[in-house]
Design a protein around this ligand. Structure first.
Ligand code: DGI
Ligand code: FE
Ligand code: FE
Length: 209
């Protein structure tokens, strides 16, 4: 299968995503490109990963699940047991589509798509960039949990920190996401928790060094 150019991928996303999701997608791609420029990562890869990160968002849960099953993607217990929804599965199905439908072979881009909702310990610079860009992109008007705790203004802080210190931004986002999931009694994917624990551990070690 031929790898699609960025322009072709963009056209495909415009065709397959709902308008609001397409706007978010463009915004993530350009935010990721700027983060890559500042942090010395590959701008082209950031654009492609950003453009494709939510490529499976507008397909049904059933289809996301069957794509993951067909390509032997590891699913959490939550995803296996659920019949109708899992917030993380679109990221895994997206990585499958990126490879099988859009011809992406670069493992770093595929991992950035796969882990864009949960993160993971030991993320590559590109994985961090996509995770952060997804959250701070300028078209996102609010993030779950942040407006309710507006005295902390997590959203603004994450946007400011991302260009200075991506690990700090990562931790801020992970912390807010987990706090929100706990407050709302949502089921937490073990990888989301592991990612927070890992980056929080690094920060605490740095403080004590
Ligand atoms: O697809 P997007 O909306 O652009 O963003 P995303 O892929 O980061 O998905 C965001 C949602 O995923 C957000 O509401 C928080 C949620 N999320 C992240 N980790 C977990 C989670 N939801 C649950 N239930 N469990 C998790 O571990
Ligand atoms: Fe997503
Ligand atoms: Fe997204």
């Amino acid at each position: 299968m031929k790898t699609l150019s960025l322009a072709q991928i963009r056209k495909e996303m415009e065709k397959t995503l709902e308008p609001k999701r397409y706007e978010h997608t463009l915004s993530v791609a350009y935010t990721a490109a700027n983060l890559a420029a500042v942090h010395g990562a590959d701008i082209e890869k950031a654009l492609i990963a950003g453009m494709l990160h939510d490529c499976a968002k507008c397909i049904s849960f059933k289809k996301q699940k069957s794509l993951c099953q067909k390509y032997h993607v590891q699913m959490s217990r939550l995803e296996k047991e659920s019949e109708d929804y899992s917030p993380v599965l679109h990221a895994k199905a997206g990585a499958v589509l990126a490879k099988e439908k859009y011809g992406i072979r670069d493992e770093d881009i595929l991992n950035a798509i796969f882990y864009h909702t949960t993160g993971r310990p030991h993320m590559s610079p590109l994985e961090k960039i996509i995770y952060i860009a997804d959250y701070i992109e300028p078209c996102r008007k609010h993030v779950k949990g942040a407006t309710e705790r507006s005295e902390n203004d997590i959203f603004t802080k994450a946007r400011q920190t991302a260009f200075r210190d991506p690990d700090d931004a990562l931790l801020l986002i992970l912390g807010n996401t987990l706090a929100y999931l706990k407050e709302t009694g949502s089921k937490i994917d073990p990888v989301t928790q592991e990612t927070y624990d890992y980056y929080n551990g690094i920060k605490q070690k740095g403080k004590n060094a």
